[in-house]
Design a protein around this ligand. Structure first.
Ligand code: KIV
Length: 287
């Protein structure tokens, strides 16, 4: 995409041109800067922050407050990429009013769009958000926010579940979403959805036949020692961090850090004045 600041309609145009869309998650200022400098089209402030930033076992404890906090850091990087903010568990299920209230907080904080997990059951909520002028990204297949009821396994393996996902994709498109994330779903299902929709599909763990791909920042740079099976590690950042901290600790313990270039002295006259002042204090018995 060659536009200055990426918008939801650029995603749709990219699909028409047959250009792949690339997204990555980010949760802070420098992650967003790095992603943007690398030239991604979209940055997702995902509720995956629950696991990779907070160390929770799932995304369920993530709150609006946490997403808003990390969204502010990402927006401060002023990225050219489209910033999409996740709507966390229970931020839209209570009804249209609550969904509008929460989505508008994300937009006011600087998101260019919001993402909601769910199928047919969220169509009404999506319609309300779109009607209010809020760009919405859908999220089908594995929905980690529904993991207690539906599990975390591969989705769309059986024909009836595949059919349900295809129906949901059509319903979300009709409701006005500008793209749909398809997570950990059989590749054939992702491909069928991609071929049938005018809006782009952005896949994670659902094969190559989608209009775009997304990965979690920590998984792709190698900061997460236990990434999901579909994530590819493009560097070993965790090892790089540990090695850097070890080198620092070693140098600090051996008195090699800080070295002479990393500390500063007083002017000699000021040092003499300080010395004299300390002597006077001692003589007067005040110290
Ligand atoms: O929260 C997240 O990071 C996501 C991606 C897995 C798409 O929803």
């Amino acid at each position: 995409m060659s536009v200055r600041r990426v918008t939801p309609s650029d995603f749709i145009k990219a699909k028409k041109r047959g250009e792949k869309i690339v997204m990555v998650t980010a949760y802070d200022y420098y992650q967003a800067r790095a992603a943007d400098e690398a030239g991604v089209d979209g940055i997702l402030v995902g509720d995956s922050l629950g696991m990779v930033v907070m160390g929770f076992q799932s995304t369920l404890p993530v709150t609006m407050g946490m997403i808003l906090h990390h969204l502010r850091a990402v927006v401060n990087a002023n990225p050219r990429s489209l910033v999409v903010a996740d709507m966390p568990f229970m931020s839209y299920e209570l009804g249209r009013k609550e969904a509008l209230r929460n989505a508008s907080k994300l937009i006011r904080r600087g998101a260019g769009a919001v993402k909601l997990e769910g199928g047919i059951e969220i169509v009404g909520i999506v319609e309300s958000l779109v009607k209010a002028g809020i760009p919405v990204m859908g999220h089908l297949g594995l929905n980690p926010q529904r993991s207690l009821a539906r599990g975390m396994g591969l989705k769309g393996k059986k024909a009836d579940e595949a059919l349900e996902l295809i129906e949901a994709a059509h319903a979300l498109e009709e409701a006005g979403v500008f793209s749909i994330v398809i997570e950990y779903t059989a590749r054939e299902v992702a491909e069928i959805i991609t071929k049938r929709l005018r809006i782009p599909t952005i896949c994670i763990g659902s094969g190559p036949g989608c209009d775009g791909q997304i990965l979690v920042f920590h998984d792709l740079v190698g900061l997460n020692p236990n990434p999901p099976p579909f994530a590819k590690k493009y560097s070993d950042a965790y090892r790089i961090f540990v090695d850097a901290i070890k080198s620092y600790a070693d140098e600090a313990r051996r008195g090699l850090f800080p070295d002479v270039a990393r500390y500063w002295s007083m002017d000699p006259e000021e040092l003499v004045a300080l010395d004299n002042a300390l002597k006077r204090q001692k003589e007067s018995g005040s110290r």
